[in-house]
Design a protein around this ligand. Structure first.
Ligand code: NAD
Ligand code: DAU
Length: 373
């Protein structure tokens, strides 16, 4: 079949990536979707099981640092779009092992950029109709202060507002963790490839995602699993840090909108105006798990265990996503109450998925499925 577009989605076996791959494969049968992933500890092909027989879906196991391999893939598949999510993504791991973050997030992104440039420049039409879309994080902007909100809550109809400042697309980069420093560096490389060579790039910076298929090292899936098993819930510091939560499928919809209608060389912030103090969201998660498991609501509040704070723990993230709303019409579709209920229910209904991760079984899936292919 002659496909209208050939798109590589990197990091497609990870948390956000699998939702983006699923949305594109199902919504655009006229596109060939190539999911490229190294399958690190965070990549899980079981997340994409339902797509394995789709004719417009292909999985390629590759490291984004493999310049030659990626250049060949671009040529063989005549790739015209790249949606780049592959990254080391966990702040705590970056504090222990910053080198891996620099390698994948910085050198890996640079390698993709250089390979895409090499291939596209070899074509008669060059960059025409091409797109390199880089998925980044709000953490590159650093941390916001918690102060008195002055009327901002009504203006943006948020759940809660813990300060007067928000991250906008013009906020100065001020990353604090090795993770956010590596993402900031990759963002700069992407923009430099536009400014220097005219590459058709776009960057988006999104707030904390939650939803199905998140690796259980991150707050929400880790805590849901611990509550289920009545294990302690390690709350860093005093639990006062603020994060701005967005349902993962809303992020995937934003990526679809921006990939198709976003302006080249632009940056868009993506967020749900949904700030929560960690301790408050943790209490919501505990009560939801309790209710869905038929335990009296609040039974598991006693699992909360305050532990030593994360080094350099950013106080508050809050995204102003009005540019995306005003220019491209995107808004979150789910209210938080609905999103968190769906999320908790999903993890409780997919205990086997969780158990295969915690036991390490999931890492054998690739060998079983792709043996001999
Ligand atoms: P994740 O850790 O769940 O998944 C990352 C994926 O990338 C995994 O499948 C992994 O195998 C793959 N990968 C890692 N190193 C690779 C390499 N060298 N080559 C090829 N593949 C590799 O991450 P996520 O939470 O889905 O985040 C995806 C992207 O979105 C990241 O770029 C992250 O910075 C960004 N982001 C995440 C959030 C969030 O809340 N999770 C918010 C904003 C932005
Ligand atoms: O803001 C976007 C970022 O959100 C993404 O770029 C990152 O890839 C993603 O991991 C996420 O980063 P956080 O550090 O905010 O997410 P995490 O789930 O690790 O932690 C959320 C908050 O909860 C944070 O303030 C630290 C705290 N926390 C986390 C864990 C894992 C705890 O208190 N205890 C825990 O055990």
């Amino acid at each position: 079949m002659n496909y209208k577009k050939s798109i590589v989605i990197t990091g497609g076996a990870g948390f956000i990536g699998n939702h983006v791959v699923r949305l594109f494969v199902n919504k655009y049968p006229e596109y060939k979707i190539i999911c490229l992933d190294k399958l690190t500890y965070a990549g899980n092909l079981e997340n994409l099981k339902d797509l394995e027989d789709k004719p417009n879906y292909k999985f390629v196991r590759m490291d984004i640092c493999d310049f030659e391999g990626f250049l060949k893939l671009m040529q063989d598949e005549q790739v015209d779009g790249i949606i780049h999510l592959a990254a080391e993504s966990h702040v705590d791991r970056s504090i222990k092992d910053p080198f891996t973050f620099a390698r994948t997030n910085v050198m890996g992104t640079l390698s993709l950029l250089q390979a895409a440039k090499t291939y596209w420049e070899s074509l008669p039409e060059k960059f025409e109709g091409k797109r390199f879309y880089h998925i980044s994080t709000d953490e590159v902007y650093g941390a916001l202060k918690m102060d008195t909100p002055e009327g901002r809550k009504d203006e943006i109809s948020a759940h809660e507002v813990y300060g007067s400042a928000f991250f906008t697309e013009d906020t100065k980069y001020q990353p604090h963790s090795p993770y956010s420093a590596s993402k900031a560096s990759s963002d700069h490389f992407v923009r430099a490839f536009h400014d220097t060579y005219g590459m058709p790039t776009i960057v988006t910076n999104c707030s904390n995602n939650y939803g199905p298929y998140q690796f259980p090292e991150k707050l929400i899936p880790l805590f849901i699993n611990n509550i289920r098993h009545r294990k302690p819930l390690p709350v860093y510091g005093k639990g006062k840090n603020v994060r701005d939560w967005l349902y993962v499928e809303d992020h995937a919809r934003a990526i679809d909108t921006i990939f198709h209608r976003g302006k080249i060389a632009e940056t868009y912030n993506i967020g749900g105006f949904n700030e929560w103090k960690n301790i408050d969201i943790i209490k919501v998660v505990i009560k939801t798990v309790d209710r869905l498991l038929g335990r009296p609501e609040g039974t598991d509040l006693d699992l909360i265990t305050y532990v030593t704070d994360r080094l350099g723990h950013d106080a508050r993230y809050a995204i102003d996503s009005r540019k995306l709303k005003n220019e491209l019409g995107w808004e979150p579709s789910l209210q938080f109450e609905e999103g968190i209920e769906k999320t908790v229910r999903w993890y409780l209904d997919h205990q086997e998925w969780m158990d295969r991760i915690t036991s390490g079984e999931y890492e054998k899936y690739y060998e079983e499925m792709y043996k001999g292919r």
